[in-house]
Ligand binder design. Structure first.
Ligand code: ADP
Ligand code: GN1
Ligand code: MG
Length: 364
């Protein structure tokens, strides 16, 4: 699709005038563009066409992001030497004072200041970056712990609820809408046989042993921007910030930080969990949250990466069976490749589970 980015840009109260816009980043959900302004001393911007098939209530989604960014920036302002424009997402209001606009074709758009000179990685190659990632997510959770007001809107209901995800998988298998189920016997059986174990966190929540907190829920490493020295800078992609268990954020970060290969790696022998990166992330994370987590939350941190890697794998598998309606894909078997790579990563975590538990035990 071709959009008139200049016309859309001009419906926001940006400082600076439109020079050019181009697709940006490797997110799986929205259409993201970087807009450069003519003036070299003005900010550049991120313009996003929001996926309103996935996020069905955009005003509720934007209300969450407004609340979260106001709270985070007020906390950051109190920190000497902080640079709000780079350490916190900054929404740009539209001409009519909202944080989004609807274009003439009914598309929803929002705009942020482009965070300058950041670094973003899909794969982590050393423990220092992993440690910084852990600190960034730990600090993010800590800063949101005292956000006032009503609970945030649930932008995607039951997002990480594995019972929900398994129900949808089983329903999609039964429907078999594009005839792919027959060729997936091995993948389906590998996923389904792990289902019961994966309900552990939900059960602890229901038993009142772990609290719902404000969590990010999409902590893959390319949603954590680092600065030019590879130090933690800003946590982005706030669409799913809502009530959740800390295990969701810890697990999703470990899924991406410790994987020695890409999320969609075809050559499965390359996919492993690097235990040194696990240790470094956990150390960074616990340096910020160690004093607030309860004993049971800490005890189950080592379990969380298996759960979230499995959950995302279940979602890729479901989407492949469904005919690829959710995640952006770049070729016909992309979701299948992702499904297999996530399963391989779960297996690598299973092999190293004892060591993961030992490391957490040492750190808490
Ligand atoms: P998606 O939900 O599709 O992943 P994101 O909000 O994560 O969308 O944005 C996609 C990508 O755009 C990010 O991974 C990041 O590279 C880039 N990005 C998003 N917001 C900003 C920003 N404010 N400054 C710089 N880069 C950004
Ligand atoms: C999506 O938005 P993005 O690309 O950061 C997805 C996550 C998955 C991830 C897998 C709203 O994240 O849940 O873990 O892809 N986001 C949504 O790469 O579904
Ligand atoms: Mg993203």
């Amino acid at each position: 699709m071709n959009y008139d980015l200049k016309v859309i840009f001009e419906q926001f109260t940006a400082d600076g005038s439109y020079l050019m816009g181009e697709p940006y980043g490797s997110g799986h959900i929205h259409d993201t563009f970087r807009v450069e302004t003519k003036e070299t001393d003005k900010d550049n911007y991120i313009l996003q066409r929001l996926n309103n098939k996935i996020f069905k209530n955009i005003p509720a989604l934007q209300e969450n992001i407004e609340r979260v960014t106001v709270h985070l920036s007020s906390k950051l302002k109190a920190v000497p030497g902080s640079n709000i424009k780079r350490e916190c997402l900054m929404l740009i209001p539209s001409l009519d004072g909202k944080s989004w606009i609807i274009d003439k074709d009914g598309n929803y758009w929002r705009m942020y200041i482009f965070i300058s000179n950041h670094r973003s990685y899909n794969i982590v190659d050393n423990p220092d970056k992993a440690f910084e990632g852990g600190k960034a997510i730990g600090r993010f959770q800590a800063m949101l712990a005292d956000m006032p007001g009503e609970p945030l809107n649930e932008t995607i209901p039951r997002f990480h609820d594995i019972e929900n995800r398994l129900e949808i998988l089983e329903r999609t298998i039964k429907q078999n809408p594009v005839g792919r189920v027959e060729s997936l016997t091995e993948e389906i059986s590998q996923y389904l046989k792990r289902g019961e174990e994966m309900k552990t966190i939900l059960k602890l929540g229901r038993a009142g042993k772990i609290p719902l907190r404000i969590t990010h829920n999409d902590t893959k490493f390319n949603n954590i921007l680092l600065d030019e020295n590879d130090k933690a800078l800003c946590v982005i992609d706030l669409d799913t910030v809502m009530p959740g268990y800390v295990h969701y954020d810890f697990g999703d970060a470990i899924r991406t930080v410790t994987n020695t290969a890409a999320e969609d790696e075809k050559e499965l022998s390359k996919v492993k969990m690097d235990i040194n990166l696990f240790r470094a992330y956990a150390k960074g994370y616990l340096s910020e949250t160690g004093s607030t987590l309860n004993q049971v939350e800490k005890e189950y941190l080592a379990f969380a990466p298996k759960l979230i890697t499995y959950t995302i794998g279940v979602r890729f598998l479901t989407d492949f069976i469904d005919g690829d309606n959710y995640f952006k894909i770049h070729h016909e078997f992309h979701n299948l490749q992702r499904t297999r790579a996530q399963l391989k990563l779960v297996m690598s975590m299973e092999e190293q589970y004892g060591e993961m538990q030992r490391i957490i035990g040492e750190l808490v």
